[in-house]
Design a protein around this ligand. Structure first.
Ligand code: MF3
Ligand code: CO
Length: 249
C-alpha cells in the first residue's frame, strides 16, 4: 500500500527535507582535493547535532555512519574513513538522510573533485538530468513507470547504464516505504501516482555496464566493470499538477 500524506505531513516532510538540502549546500564547498571522507562524516556529525535531527543511516541494518561516501567506481553505500583521501579528478557521491518530528528526508548528489575528465562531467550531468526528468514525470495521474522510464531513457540515450539491483523508494515515517522506485521501466506501467505520495527518486548510473557487486566490507557497492558511477537523489512530493522537491533548503 502506498501511503498518502496529508498537507500537514507534507509540510513536516518539507521541514526535514530543508535540513537535508541545507546539508548539501554546506558540504559542497568541503569537497576539495585532499579532503578525507572521514572529515565529511565528522562535519555531518556536527551538522546533525547543530540541527537537532536524527541520523537516518547510522545503525540502519548496522550501517556505521551518517553518510554514504562513494568514490569513482563505488556506486552507493561507501563507508566514510579518515584513510580515504579524495583527489583531483575523482567523483564523490554523498548520500545523507535524517529524521525530524517523525519524518524522514533523503537526498544524494555526486560532486566533481576539482576538474574531472569529460566523460565524468557527462556522467554527472546526465544522472542529474535523469533525476530532473523523473521529478517532472512524478505528477498526479501519471504512473510510476513514467518516472522509471524517464530516468532510463535519459541515461541510455547517452550510452550509460542504470543500476538494476538498487532502487528508489517511498518515504515518510519510515525511510523506506512502498513503492519501490526502479530507475528502469515502461511508460504507463505500474501504480497510478496520487497527490500526497512522497518518493525518494534516486538514479544510480554506471558509465559502463549496469552490473554491480558488493565489496568484502559488506556495504560498498561497486560497478562490476569498475566504470565510474553517479548518484543523485531527491525526496519528492507528488502534487495534482506536478511535483515538489522537498529536499531543498
Ligand atoms: N539513500 C539510501 C537509501 O535510500 C541510503 C541508505 S543506506 C544506509 O537506502 F544503509 F546507509 F542507510
Ligand atoms: Co534513498
Amino acid at each position: 500500500m502506498i501511503l498518502i500524506k496529508s498537507p500537514q505531513e507534507i509540510e513536516a516532510m518539507r521541514r526535514v527535507g530543508a535540513v537535508v538540502g541545507r546539508f548539501f549546500e554546506e558540504v559542497g564547498p568541503l569537497v576539495r582535493p585532499g579532503v578525507t571522507t572521514g572529515l565529511l562524516e565528522e562535519f555531518a556529525d556536527q551538522f546533525i547535532a547543530r540541527h537537532g535531527v536524527r541520523s537516518a543511516f547510522k545503525g540502519y541494518h548496522g550501517y556505521p555512519a551518517h553518510l554514504c561516501t562513494s568514490v569513482n567506481e563505488e556506486v552507493v553505500h561507501g563507508i566514510p574513513s579518515v584513510e580515504r583521501v579524495v583527489r583531483e579528478g575523482d567523483i564523490l557521491s554523498i548520500d545523507f538522510g535524517v529524521m525530524l518530528d517523525g519524518y524522514y528526508g533523503d537526498a544524494a548528489r555526486t560532486f566533481a573533485v576539482g576538474t574531472v575528465n569529460a566523460e565524468s562531467r557527462r556522467l554527472l550531468a546526465t544522472t542529474e538530468r535523469s533525476l530532473e526528468k523523473a521529478i517532472e514525470a512524478a505528477r498526479g495521474g501519471n504512473r510510476l513507470g513514467d518516472v522509471s522510464a524517464a530516468v532510463q531513457s535519459t541515461v541510455e540515450a547517452e550510452g550509460f547504464s542504470v543500476v538494476r539491483d538498487f532502487v528508489g523508494h517511498g518515504i515518510g515515517r519510515s525511510m523506506h516505504e512502498e513503492p519501490q522506485v526502479p530507475n528502469f521501466g515502461k511508460p504507463g506501467a505500474g501504480p497510478k501516482l496520487l497527490p500526497g505520495m512522497v518518493l525518494a527518486i534516486e538514479p544510480m548510473v554506471n558509465a559502463g555496464g549496469y552490473e554491480v557487486e558488493v565489496l568484502p566490507d559488506g556495504w560498498t557497492v561497486v560497478s562490476r566493470d569498475r566504470s565510474r558511477s553517479a548518484h543523485f537523489e531527491h525526496t519528492v512530493a507528488v502534487m495534482e499538477d506536478g511535483s515538489r522537491i522537498l529536499s531543498l533548503p
